[in-house]
Design a protein around this ligand. Structure first.
Ligand code: MTE
Ligand code: MO
Length: 199
C-alpha cells in the first residue's frame, strides 16, 4: 500500500488510485513483442475455439466482423511497470464468442500467429471482461499492437493479452504459456503484484 496517501487532491489522486502498486503512468503506447510482427492477410485470417482435438467454433474475418461489437475504455498494466489509463477500443466480447458453447474445461491457452501463447482460467475471459479487439483509438489496430486482432484482458498484466490472436484452446488442466513457462506469474493480477512465479 502506501501510495494512496492523504494530501493528494483532484485529478492526481484519482490517477494514483487507478495505478496498481509498483506501476508508473505513461501516455505513449510502448510496443512489447517477443519476436517479429507476423503479418496475416485478412482473407487468410481465422479464429478458432478448439478443445485440443476438435475445432468447436471457427470464424473468418468476415464472419468475425458480423458478430456484435462493443466499444470500451480500459486501463492497461504491463509487468515492465508502465500503465496507460483510459484506452479506448472496439472488439467482440469473449462472452459473445463463447455464447452457445458448452464446456466443462476450466483453463484456456490463447495462441497467436507467430507462436506466442498465454494461459488463463476460462472464467477470466468470460463475464464481459475480455475482448478480441480490432480497433484502438478509433483506428484499425496497428500490426505492432496486435492487428488485425488481439486478445485484451485488461484486468490482468498485459502479457495475458495475446497480440495477433489466432485461437483459444480449452483445457481441463492448466498448461503454461510462453512467459508463464519462463517464470512469469501464472495468474498475473496487477493489483496483487503477481509479476513472477512465487509473487
Ligand atoms: N503475440 C504476442 N502477444 C503479446 C506479446 C508478444 O510478444 N507476442 N507480448 C505481450 C506483452 S509482454 C505485452 S506487455 C503486451 C504489449 O502490447 P503492446 O505491444 O500493444 O503494448 O502484449 C502482450 N502480447
Ligand atoms: Mo509485458
Amino acid at each position: 500500500m502506501g501510495i494512496i496517501s492523504r494530501g493528494f487532491s483532484g485529478r492526481r489522486s484519482a490517477e494514483v488510485v487507478k495505478l496498481p502498486p509498483g506501476q508508473y503512468l505513461t501516455t505513449d503506447f510502448p510496443v512489447l513483442s517477443a519476436g517479429p510482427t507476423p503479418h496475416v492477410a485478412l482473407d487468410q485470417w481465422e479464429f478458432t475455439i478448439d478443445d485440443g482435438t476438435n475445432v468447436l467454433q471457427r470464424w473468418n474475418w468476415k464472419s468475425f466482423l458480423e458478430l456484435s461489437t462493443e466499444t470500451f475504455t480500459v486501463d492497461l498494466h504491463c509487468v515492465t511497470r508502465w500503465s496507460k489509463l483510459g484506452t479506448s477500443w472496439e472488439g467482440v466480447s469473449l462472452n459473445t464468442m463463447f455464447a452457445g458453447l458448452k464446456t466443462d474445461a476450466q483453463y484456456v491457452l490463447a495462441h497467436s500467429y507467430g507462436d506466442y501463447s498465454t494461459n488463463l482460467p476460462l472464467s477470466e475471459l468470460l463475464n464481459n471482461q475480455a475482448w478480441i479487439a480490432f480497433r484502438f483509438d478509433g483506428k484499425d489496430l496497428a500490426p505492432e499492437h496486435g492487428g488485425p486482432a488481439r486478445l485484451l484482458v485488461p484486468h490482468l498484466y498485459l502479457w495475458k493479452s495475446a497480440k495477433w490472436i489466432r485461437g483459444i484452446t480449452l483445457m481441463h488442466e492448466d498448461h503454461s504459456g510462453f512467459w508463464e513457462s519462463l517464470g512469469y506469474h501464472n495468474y498475473g493480477d496487477p493489483w496483487r503484484e503477481q509479476r513472477y512465479w512465487g509473487d
